[in-house]
Structure formats: C-alpha cells, structure tokens
Design a protein around this ligand. Structure first.
Ligand SMILES: *[C@@H]1O[C@H](CO)[C@@H](O)[C@H](O)[C@H]1NC(C)=O
Ligand SMILES: *[C@@H]1O[C@H](CO)[C@@H](O)[C@H](O)[C@H]1NC(C)=O
Ligand SMILES: *[C@@H]1O[C@H](CO)[C@@H](O)[C@H](O)[C@H]1NC(C)=O
Ligand SMILES: CC(=O)N[C@H]1CO[C@H](CO)[C@@H](O)[C@@H]1O
Length: 604
C-alpha cells in the first residue's frame, strides 16, 4: 500500500486494521506530506502519542461504529488512530449517508485536545435532545489516565453535516467518583428519558470480576448524578464494554425509540465482554420505578449466553431510525489474518465516496464494519432476530435461481452464472428423514454443549445423519479451499427437550487465506464459528439460510436471522465458486435458491 503504512513488524498487526482509515485523512501520501495539505487537522496530528499499558491499548483500538440519524442523514462515527500503531491518537472519524449505502467522509468529529480527553477520545453514543439537538457523550482519558465521560455538541446545528463539534470546558460531566474504577469506566450509552423527565445513561465498568453497567441520571443532560444501584451486573463476566440498552416491541419488527416504555415491550441489554471479545445480550424487563433491569432468565446471563453474532463481531451498537421506524445494528469484524491483506474493492460495509474538506479523493473502499442489520424481538420473546437492512437489496444485480434440487448424501450443486465472490444468496432447504439425526455424542449433564466446540469437532466434512448440509462459499474449482456455511441436526436430547437441536456453523478450516497461504500455516486464525438455531425443524420441515459474501467477509443469517455468523476469509482470486452441498445420510432438497451478483459502489 501507500507510503503511509507503518513498516515495523510490531506495528503491522494494528496497521492492518487501521490503514484504510488512515487514507481519507492523509490522502495517499505519507505523514509528512499531510501537514501542508490538511491544515484543518493539525491539532490532532501534532499531539504526541504516548504508550499506555496493554489492556488499555487493546480497548482503544476497536473500530467501534457509533451511528445516529439526524435531519434526514445517517451519521456514522467510528474510532480509529490516524497515527497507526501508537496509542493516544484515537479520533472519532465521521461519515454521513442518505441511504446507508453511499457514504461521504467528513473530518474527524472528535479528537484529543483538552485535559479531559488528552490521552484519548474513546467510544460513546449520540442522543437527540428535545428541540432536535444532538449531544454526544464519550469517554475521554484525562491527564491522570482516568477514564471520564465527556459531552460534545455540534458547533453549528444548521450545518446539515454537523461537521464541527464543541467540547465545553466544564467537562468531564461524569467523572469516576469514589468506588468507581477509573481504569474500567467507559462507553456511555444513548440516553433514555423517564416519565419523571430525567435522562438516564449507563456506563460500562467492572467491580472485581463482576461486570456492571453503572446508572447515571440528569435533568439537563449536563449535570449527572450516580444512582445508588447499577442498572444491572453479573458476577464472573469481567469488564463490560460498549453496553447498549433499548426497548423492543413484543410484536412485529418495527423498532422503538430508546425512551419508549409501556406494556407492549421488553428491553435488551447488550454488553461486549472484554474477556471473550464477543457481544452478548439478554432479553428482560426494565422497571423505570426502580431503574433496574432484570433479565427474563430465558437465556444465560454470562459468556454462554445469546450472541448477536457467533462469529467475528464485536463492539456493536444500535440506533433507532425514525425515518424507517426500525432499530439498526452495526458491528465490527476484525481481521482473522495476521498478515495485512490486499484490499479489494467490495460492496459490503461502508463505501465512502469522497471526503468533504479533504483535498484528495478518498479511497476508503471497504472498512471492516459489517452490513447494517435491522433487529427486532422474535415471536418467542426469547431472542432477537436480525436481517440486513433492505437498502442492501439495491445493490443486487444479475440474479440466478434454482428450485427443487435434491441433494443425496455426498452430493453438491454449483450455483453458476454470476460472480460469486460478491454475492447475496438466499436458500431454503427442505429436510426429511429426521429419524436419521445423530446423537450429539457429548456428555451433556443437563447443559447445552458449546456450539463452537461441537462445530470444531464435527466440521463440514464428517458425514452425519441429517446434515451437514448448506453452502460452500468462496470455493476453488478443485474444492481444496472453501468455507462451509451449514446446518447439522441432532436428536432431541432428553425428555425435557423434545425438539431436535439445530447447529449452524461456519467452518473456515479449509478457507482461502492471504495469497493462497494454507490455513494450516502459522499465524492464520481460522476458527470454526457456531451457534444453535432455535427452530422446530420437525414441525417446519425446512430451514433457510442467507449469506452475504464480499471478498473477505461472509455474513450468514440462519432461519430468517435467528442465528448469525460473520467470518473473515481471504480468497485468492475472483473466480470463486458457490455450491450447495449435503454430507448427511438424509436427503435434503433445495426448495428455493436465489443468488444475486452484487453491484460495487460507484466511487465517482
Ligand atoms: C481497575 O481496573 C483495572 C483495569 O482493568 C485493573 O487492572 C485494576 O485491577 C482494577 N482495580 C480494582 C481496584 O479493581
Ligand atoms: C480478531 O479477534 C479475535 C477474537 O476476538 C482474536 O482472537 C484475534 O486475534 C483477532 N485478530 C487480530 C488480527 O487481532
Ligand atoms: C478503491 O477502488 C478504486 C476503484 O475501483 C480503485 O481504483 C482503488 O485502488 C481502490 N482503493 C483501495 C484502497 O483499494
Ligand atoms: C479499517 C480496517 O480495519 N480495514 C481493514 C479491513 O480489512 C482489510 C482486508 O480485508 C484490511 O486490509 C483493512 O486494513
């Protein structure tokens, strides 16, 4: 890549994550060329970076998408470090879009400049206050290395892009008071307003090994006081990062404003567990009177709990989109290859067109933010459902389809006629012969086995009773390399559980990797990812799968979005193939399959 890439091996890992974002601000030149051509960014460029301890560095480098909708535009703020691999220069980059597809990059909204954020501008959230006034709460790292919560407002509310943000001198608005660990106090949520007129936000923290979301209240969004009890906590879960707390409707897939209350809803609390690097949630009840959240107990409230995505997905955040009355989720998917890969122009994630106020045209073709998903509560009331926002369908081009294709044991079927390295594929499999379903074959002790371990153990190649069946994506024509996206059905595990267990898996053990390097080579992270799918396959007789494939990203949605898995793989060329396969004893039938070649965004 360009001269802006840090060369030292120690820096390469972070560079891989950050390099692309470096470009819009710097043009494509090197660091020194910048000061002349981008005077407006001088302040944060000149700030001298400082190293802090490892744990904090890790946190600061997340590429956390923070979305907001305001006056007809979607805003996406995301953190990155324009100086590459040194600590201390995390800024909030800012892009806007009218359609969630085409984005315009703007100058950074926030960057370290004052005593209350001089050592970092970390994650936070936007809230629209009465009078249509956006406010941003974010974590700053102050001169004493304390994590504090600050507020920022747009300098000029009449600027439709909200380009410049003002950080009042009275910051921080929420300091770590006695009893709060100042090294574990971050990521304020979007505010919600109670019937009493007061605003609430929670901030992620920990108390020993107990994960906790500390609750704060305010009448004016500026003066905050800590509530005596946290909104929620769970022992043994470690630091809670990037909390997200919002209502979901009991029926239908419409989203709700963050402040909505009433009988027809439940609440969702999502936390990013620092110790596992995945995003977990529970569904439960929020009682405004006590300001407490109590999970329903229909899923574990720990690291075996429900996840938004069972793959490579972290530090996500939702926002309410009043224009389309939906709640939209954005995640971040890191590299799984330790070597910086060649960047291909893709269609997924953010596609930034140009940088307003930047002198050079931007080539930010693809970041690693996942495709935005609408989220709502499943009819069971026990879990969420996610589905790519409908705008993604605008990128669908040439279509191919298939119906009624039977797949016996060991058979596969190629989906031809489109370029399958950039594809949106939806398929429904009819399943029969459930009496052939295998035993799970693991000691259960009344508990569910770890789905990822089960997937690793069984893989896509080991024949089963019902399944494995699904898709091979990004496959070479000789099958030596491929990523399997599939289901495997297990016998009901006992009297208490009369339903078959359906496992959904991404098996990347035979995936393409950087420059064709074998996945058995050292340094390539190639996990199998898996989750169970809460469906009654005996009753339904079929199960659907949608995969969005974009070069190095595969995002899959099982059973209409009940279980989601995102993987990063690194195909060698554009001649990748797409197949449906069945390695189970029982026949499966593709009742319907549609696949679209996806348009690439026009960068003009
Ligand atoms: C506070 O958090 C830091 C960072 O995780 C940790 O190293 C430290 O042990 C915590 N302090 C206390 C008193 O728990
Ligand atoms: C990506 O995330 C996973 C899980 O959080 C981690 O194990 C892996 O090391 C990360 N990859 C890189 C390149 O940082
Ligand atoms: C972005 O896409 C354009 C147009 O396809 C291409 O010329 C350019 O090299 C790409 N940039 C990067 C960083 O991949
Ligand atoms: C912003 C970011 O992390 N970009 C990375 C996304 O993934 C490609 C490879 O697919 C990397 O090269 C980028 O650096």
């Amino acid at each position: 890549m360009g001269g802006g890439a840090p060369q030292s091996p120690a820096l390469q890992r972070w560079a891989a994550l950050l390099l692309l974002l470096f470009l819009p601000l710097l043009g494509v030149g090197n660091w020194h060329a910048v000061e002349a051509s981008h005077k407006e960014f001088k302040e944060y460029q000149n700030y001298e970076a400082e190293e802090v301890d490892g744990e904090d560095v890790r946190t600061g480098f997340h590429f956390q998408p923070r979305p907001m909708y305001y006056n007809g535009l979607y805003h996406l703020f995301y953190q990155y470090n324009p100086k590459g691999a040194v600590w201390g220069n995390i800024v909030w980059a800012h892009s806007v879009s009218g359609d969630l597809i085409n984005w315009i990059s703007l100058p950074p909204a926030l960057y370290s400049s004052k005593s209350f954020d001089i050592k970092g501008c970390w994650s936070g959230s936007a809230t629209i206050l009465p009078g249509n006034k956006p406010a941003m709460l974010y974590t700053g790292v102050d001169t004493q290395n304390r994590q504090v919560q600050n507020i920022a407002f747009p300098k000029d509310a009449s600027d439709k892009y909200l380009r410049e943000w003002d950080k009042p001198d009275y910051n921080p608005v929420i300091p770590p008071t006695a009893g709060v660990n100042a090294s574990a106090f971050r990521d304020p949520t979007t505010g919600w307003r109670g019937a009493d007129g007061s605003w609430r936000v929670v901030v992620g923290s920990k108390d020993g090994s107990t994960g906790v979301v500390l609750l704060y209240r305010s009448r004016d969004f500026v003066h905050w006081s800590k509530a005596p009890s946290p909104l929620h906590s769970a022992a043994g879960t470690g630091m809670w990062e990037c909390p997200d707390f919002y209502p979901v409707a009991l029926r239908g897939n419409a989203g709700l404003d963050t402040s909505a209350t009433g009988p027809g809803l439940k609440h969702v609390l999502k936390v990013s567990l620092d110790e596992t690097r995945y995003d977990y949630y529970t569904v439960g009840k929020y009682s405004p009177a006590e300001d407490r959240y109590v999970p329903d107990g229909t899923s574990p409230d720990d690291r075996t709990g429900l996840r938004y995505d069972y793959g490579n997905f972290y530090a996500s955040k939702t926002f309410y989109d009043p224009a389309k009355k939906r709640r939209v989720l954005w995640g971040w998917s890191n590299e799984s290859d330790s070597v910086s890969s060649d960047v291909k122009k893709g269609w997924a994630g953010i596609q930034v067109k140009q940088c307003l106020l930047c002198t050079d045209r931007v080539d930010l073709n693809s970041t690693n933010i996942t495709i935005p998903r609408a989220v709502w509560l499943d009819g069971s009331g026990k879990q969420l459902v996610q589905w790519p926002v409908e705008e993604v369908e605008k990128l669908r081009g040439k279509r191919v389809e298939a119906h009624g294709v039977a797949l016996g044991k060991g058979e596969h079927f190629e989906i031809k006629g489109i370029t399958t390295s950039q594809t949106d594929v939806e398929v429904t499999f009819e399943v029969s012969g459930l009496e052939k379903a295998e035993e799970m074959g693991v000691e259960l002790n009344g508990q569910r086995p770890d789905p990822q371990a089960l997937c690793e153990q069984k893989g896509a190649d080991l024949g089963g009773g019902v399944g494995p069946f699904g898709l091979w994506v990004l496959a070479s024509d000789d099958f030596t390399e491929r990523t399997a996206v599939f289901f495997r059905v297990f016998k009901p595990s006992g009297e208490s559980n009369s339903q078959h267990s359906v496992l959904m898996c991404h098996d990347a053990s035979r995936s393409f990797h950087h420059h064709g390097r074998s996945t058995t080579e050292k340094g390539v992270w190639k996990p199998s990812f898996a989750g169970f799918v809460d469906v009654d396959i005996q009753k339904d007789g079929k199960i659907s799968l949608r995969s969005l494939i974009d070069g190095s990203v595969v995002e899959s949605f099982g059973a209409g979005g009940k279980t989601c898995i995102t993987s990063r793989v690194y195909p060698v060329g554009t001649d990748a193939h797409l197949y449906a396969f069945n390695n189970g004893e029982a026949d499966v039938k593709i009742s319907q399959l549609q696949a679209w070649q996806m348009h690439t965004i026009d960068m003009k």
